[in-house]
Design a protein around this ligand. Sequence first.
Ligand SMILES: Cc1cc2nc3c(=O)[nH]c(=O)nc-3n(C[C@H](O)[C@H](O)[C@H](O)COP(=O)(O)O)c2cc1C
Length: 101
Amino acid sequence: MSPLLTPYTSTALDLPNRVVMAPMTRLRADLRSVPQPLMATYYAQRSGAGLIVSEGIAPSERGRQYLTEPGLFTEEQVVGWRAVTSAVRAALRTRSVPGFR
Ligand SMILES: Cc1cc2nc3c(=O)[nH]c(=O)nc-3n(C[C@H](O)[C@H](O)[C@H](O)COP(=O)(O)O)c2cc1C
């Protein structure tokens, strides 16, 4: 098996494999920075990575940099991100991820 697909463990991380998805700006939230279903699909399709680094997330209204950049400062945005993380976990349950326990 390729070393890339072997588990990686450190004090901070316990990864099923060494594939790490870089942060990539997608700008697919809505104008209130609420994550949309397309984002859940996008991240779920990449659930095989050992670690997914999300795109930049605005921590406050004033911290927004672009229109349709996702945020995490309203309840609606939190709900939107929960849908994303749930979709990733659901995808993990249905696929065979190298090293995933
Ligand atoms: C929040 C954020 C969003 C990014 N979006 C993109 C992107 O959309 N496309 C891209 O090519 N690089 C993007 N980058 C840069 C890549 O993540 C970076 O070039 C990649 O991780 C390579 O790692 P390096 O920083 O060591 O060169 C982004 C970086 C950050 C922090």
